[in-house]
Design a protein around this ligand. Structure first.
Ligand code: UD1
Ligand code: CA
Length: 452
């Protein structure tokens, strides 16, 4: 099967410099959603994308080996668009036409449409809308499809029809090769209408069948930010429903955003307003507090992530405690039962089992051993303004509060650093190291008094 995706239109109502099909839904360009669906169906066929408005931006953003790109310039209508794709299509196969700005179409609806056309006929995906305004209407006679009439060309009687053309259709490619060059543009918009192939098929005696989408939102297009936001909510609602059906407990399915893939083990609870980006894998019995952002992470079993935590490109071992207000930056690897508390930032560091940094710290470019306690206000000074250096803290070390570790530096196994230490050379194992100005108390000292 050939698949042609129409994506040359301007999308004027988006009021944006970005070509419409590159606007994102669930963090991914609209066109990527359609491409994904096309790939799910296509079998061995070719995918051809007709692009135009915005120049090469669309092609450059989504280039891939399995796509034939066809530039349509100028854009003279949907019929003209498919005509440009024709030289790239296998004439022996069927061609399915999809729209780059209709992102939520589901493979099962398309499969039903393709089945309708299996006998070599033309098949249209049509829908019944309470408000058909703006769409092409399906004109039938004795139940059989005769033609499609565009809103702007329709009579009052035709405008009252509620069966609309979604634009998605499939036809034998050999027929398209005959019909498309024959299209005229004597219509209200002066465009070559793809929809006019229906009347041509009827005049040749070719049957025209129809199929309907599972749900009408599958065929909703994006023409404005308002419509984009509406489809985003529908999509997120579907994702939330799937997660709940797999057993995930969501505090509120309307307050979850998944922009990528989220996999959850059994008995996971997710509180409100969490955003998951990229690939996120969550083990069993994990609890995620409200307002967390988690991107490209793997979270082990039994982990608690408290509210307002931000995790990116991190691996969190089983039974860790994170947050509230914790930040795990790329390259963070936490082993089992590590505690990262409020206002602690960890970057490009590994922290071994049972270690804790519970308050107000920065741990960067560090290797931290087991059972290490990092006191409040500890900072690894990893950056000298030019290069990054590593800090090593061995097993069972105790880092007193308000300590700076000026890297490169190593704290030996079982070492203790006194509070307020600025460590500039290695701390030996099993020893107290402290750098601190000696405390003095001055007897007889008086506070200054205000001059008269
Ligand atoms: C089209 C259909 C209409 C249908 C509606 C569904 C025609 C003549 N009409 O109308 O029956 O109800 O879609 O939304 O087909 N495009 C190109 N090149 C062009 C023109 C359009 O690639 O020269 C692309 C657009 O980017 C868009 C799609 O084709 O993805 C539809 O174009 P649009 O102008 O929105 O068609 P409508 O007038 O809405
Ligand atoms: Ca449209």
């Amino acid at each position: 099967m050939n698949i042609v995706i129409l994506a040359a239109g301007q999308g004027r109502r988006m009021h944006s410099d970005l070509p419409k099909v590159l606007h994102t839904l669930a963090g991914k360009p609209l066109l990527s959603h359609v491409l994904e669906t096309a790939r799910a169906l296509k079998g061995s066929g070719r995918i051809c994308v007709v692009y135009g408005h915005g120049g090469e931006t669309v092609r450059n953003a989504l280039s891939s080996d399995d796509i034939a790109w066809v530039r349509q310039e100028p854009q003279l209508g949907t019929g003209h668009a498919v005509l440009q794709a024709l030289p790239h299509l296998d004439p022996a196969a069927q061609t399915l036409v999809l729209y780059g700005d209709v992102p939520l179409i589901r493979p099962d609806s398309l499969t039903r449409l393709i089945t309708e056309a299996a006998d070599g006929s033309l098949a249209l995906l049509t829908a019944f809308l309470d408000d058909p305004h703006g769409y092409g209407r399906i004109v039938r006679s004795s139940g059989r499809i005769q033609r499609i009439v565009e809103e702007k060309d329709a009579s009052e009687v035709e405008r009252a029809l509620h069966e609309i053309n979604t634009g998605i259709l499939t036809a034998p490619t050999a027929c398209l090769a005959r019909w498309l060059p024959a299209l005229g543009k004597h219509n209200a918009q002066g465009e070559y209408y793809l929809t006019d192939i229906v009347a041509l098929a009827v005049s040749e005696g070719l049957p025209v069948h129809s199929a309907h989408p599972g749900r009408n939102w599958e065929v909703a297009g994006v023409n404005s930010q308002v419509q984009l936001a509406a489809l985003e909510r529908i999509h997120q609602g579907q994702v939330a429903e799937q997660l709940m059906e797999q057993g995930v407990h969501l505090a509120d399915p309307a307050r979850l955003d998944v922009r990528g893939e989220l996999h959850c083990g059994r008995d996971v609870f997710i509180d409100v307003n969490c955003v998951f980006v990229g690939q996120v894998d969550i083990g069993a019995d994990v609890v995620i507090g409200a307002n967390c952002v988690i991107k490209d992470c793997s979270i082990g079993e039994g982990v608690r992530i408290h509210a307002f935590s931000h995790l990116e490109d991190a691996s969190v071992g089983p039974n860790c405690r994170i947050g509230p207000y914790a930040r795990l930056r790329p390259g963070t690897v936490l082993a089992e039962d590590v505690h990262i508390g409020n206002f602690v930032e960890v970057k490009n560091s590994s922290i071994a089992e049972h270690s804790k940094a519970n308050h107000l710290s920065y741990v960067g470019d560090s290797t931290v051993g087991r059972r290490v306690n990092i006191g409040a206000g500890t900072i690894t000074c990893n950056y000298d303004g030019v290069n990054k250096h590593r800090t090593v803290i061995e097993d069972d070390a105790f880092i007193g509060s308000d300590t700076q570790l000026v890297a490169p530096v190593t704290v030996g196994r079982g070492a203790t650093l006194g509070a307020g230490t600025t460590l500039t050379s290695n701390a030996p194992p099993d020893t107290l190291t402290v750098s601190r100005a000696k405390q003095v108390s001055i007897a007889g000292w008086k506070r200054p008094v205000k001059k008269k």
